[in-house]
Design a protein around this ligand. Structure first.
Ligand SMILES: [Zn+2]
Ligand SMILES: [Zn+2]
Length: 269
């Protein structure tokens, strides 16, 4: 069967990578989603999910696009060591919104400069192009729309559409209500919604303002915007597999179309 989009969740952990036997089912790698659509390879965020995979023969067309939400380190940590960027035959477009007057390139170079890191972007090898994030643009036949998230320092929410299939990637987002008008209009009726749900309701009493949503709020938003399928992501680093499974079971009694994203899982749309 032909699929319009082929997606693999490479990292769904929030804030900090974790490892150990209690993090096997949902994975410990931070934000990274790989998408193949319309002959394009699109990677959402460059967290540690960019590691641990054989990338050698991954790009038949030697071309990829990185859509980065913001430059908090959990979303950028995989970039300096991403193997394809050391291949001089690869070209890669990198989108990251200019913030605090720092361009995409300046934000990445802030991380990749001594003493924080010994290799700069200019000596990686691949042909890199850096872009600000416009409200709308396209990557080959894939249409991209963006909206600004509510997150300390700002973050971009992306919607990718092709042939009637649409994916919304909304991580590091602290919505102000259970049905935020701007977001619901943006994500209305999408095929797949990937939505931040780092905290429980109880935790939110002391994590308000940190820039993340809660599990019950995000489940409500998924319903309010009519997403056909929703995967909750950016799991808190202290949340174990058994805790996540229990929370997921509780959510699914009320919201049949909502699940928790698992690192490594493939989604065909
Ligand atoms: Zn994050
Ligand atoms: Zn963040």
């Amino acid at each position: 069967m032909h699929h319009t989009m082929q997606m693999r969740l490479l990292g769904v952990r929030g804030t900090l990578p974790v490892h150990g036997p209690e993090f096997v089912r949902f994975g410990g790698a931070t934000s990274c989603v790989l998408l193949r659509a319309g002959g394009e390879t699109i990677i959402l965020d460059a967290g540690t999910g960019l590691s641990g995979r054989d990338w050698d023969n991954f790009f038949p067309e030697k071309r990829c696009t990185l859509l980065i939400t913001h430059s908090h380190v959990d979303h950028l940590m995989g970039f300096p060591v991403f193997p394809p960027l050391f291949d001089p035959t690869v070209t890669c477009g990198i989108y990251l919104r200019t913030r605090q007057e720092r361009t995409a390139r300046a934000q990445i170079e802030a991380l990749m400069s001594p003493p924080l890191w010994p290799v700069d972007t200019g000596s990686m090898g691949a042909e890199l192009s850096f872009h600000d994030v416009p409200p709308a643009f396209s990557i080959g036949p894939v249409a991209v729309e963006t909206m600004e998230s509510c997150h300390p320092g700002g973050s971009s929410i992306y919607k990718l559409s092709l042939d009637g299939v649409s994916v919304v990637y909304a991580t590091d987002y602290e919505p102000e209500s259970d049905a935020p008008e701007d977001f619901c209009a943006f994500a209305r009726g999408c095929t797949l919604l990937l939505l931040d749900a780092q905290y429980t309701q109880e935790e939110y009493s002391h994590t308000r303002g940190f820039g993340h949503s809660t599990i019950p709020r995000s489940a409500q938003i998924a319903r309010a915007c009519g997403a056909r399928q929703t995967l909750l992501i950016h799991h808190d680093p202290k949340r174990t597999d058994s805790q996540l499974l229990a929370l997921e079971t509780a959510v699914r009694t009320q919201y049949a179309n909502v699940r928790f994203g698992r690192g490594g899982e493939e989604v065909l749309l």
